[in-house]
Design a protein around this ligand. Structure first.
Ligand code: PGA
Length: 245
């Protein structure tokens, strides 16, 4: 089971102290097998990596540039730079970045440049409300997967996160039955495209300590990408504890 914390544009140096309790939890036998990954803003990558040095918790970035080499791209960070400070993961294709102009094509370039650096990619896909209402979800998901993963050879370093846009930060989550179906559809598309037996698909969007008990009943889900509720260790720990029981 994966528990990935997406801190978005939240947090300053003092925020990294919040991981202390999560480190303690991760060392308990019962939780040894789970994978906890923090994706803080770029500014906190290094301090967080240092803080987590003696634990099995890993750290990733929330995005990267398409280009792997140094270049004149003001404000950008690339996969090589993330790797050089000890980052192991990178979120690509988050809907908040798609809204800012990340097309499937651009996302594909970012994924390939991250894989080249041996980063593990958390590849976000999901439909918006209009697409859901127009029953376009499966079509959208398929096109995001096929185009986003174009020329990618296998899923060894890819985890897909299904994040319906209408569920992100809204407090609304899909009905269990619908969510199970969507995750299975995604796995089917991945299986067909990659002949992979066991693709990892996470769910993200308003996961919290209240709805987690329902979400963990859905056995097709391999973990969670958690935004708001990952910023305070108490909430994050509650979610982990209620999943691993
Ligand atoms: P949320 O965000 O948990 O705050 O809805 C999830 C995400 O955007 O990854």
């Amino acid at each position: 089971m994966y528990f990935i914390a997406n801190w978005k544009m939240y947090g300053n140096l003092s925020s990294i102290n919040t991981v202390k309790n999560v480190i303690n939890l991760s060392k308990k036998t019962k939780f040894k097998k789970i994978k906890i990954i923090y994706c803080p803003p770029y500014t906190l990558l290094r301090p967080l990596i240092k803080k987590l040095r003696k634990s099995k918790i890993q750290v990733g970035a929330q995005n990267c540039h398409t280009d792997n080499e140094f270049g004149a791209y003001t404000g950008s960070v690339n996969a090589k730079m993330i790797k050089s400070v000890g980052g192991k993961f990178v979120i690509i294709g988050h809907s908040e970045n798609r809204l800012e102009g990340d097309s499937n094509k651009k996302i594909n370039l970012k994924i390939k440049s991250s894989l080249k650096e041996n980063l593990k990619v958390i590849f976000c896909i999901g439909e918006n409300l209009k697409e859901k209402r127009n029953k376009k979800t499966n079509k959208i998901l398929k096109s995001q997967i096929i185009n986003g993963l174009k020329n990618v050879k296998n899923l060894n370093n890819i985890i897909v996160a299904y994040e319906p846009i209408w569920a992100i930060g809204t407090g609304i989550i899909p009905k269990s039955n619908d969510l199970d179906k969507k995750v299975k559809t995604i796995k089917k598309i991945l299986n067909k495209r990659f002949k992979s037996k066991n693709p990892k698909v996470l769910y993200g969007g308003s996961v919290n300590s209240k709805n987690i008990s329902d979400l963990t009943q859905i056995s097709s889900i391999d973990g969670f990408l958690i935004g708001g509720a990952s910023q305070k260790s108490k909430n994050f720990i509650d979610i982990i504890k209620k999943t691993i029981n």
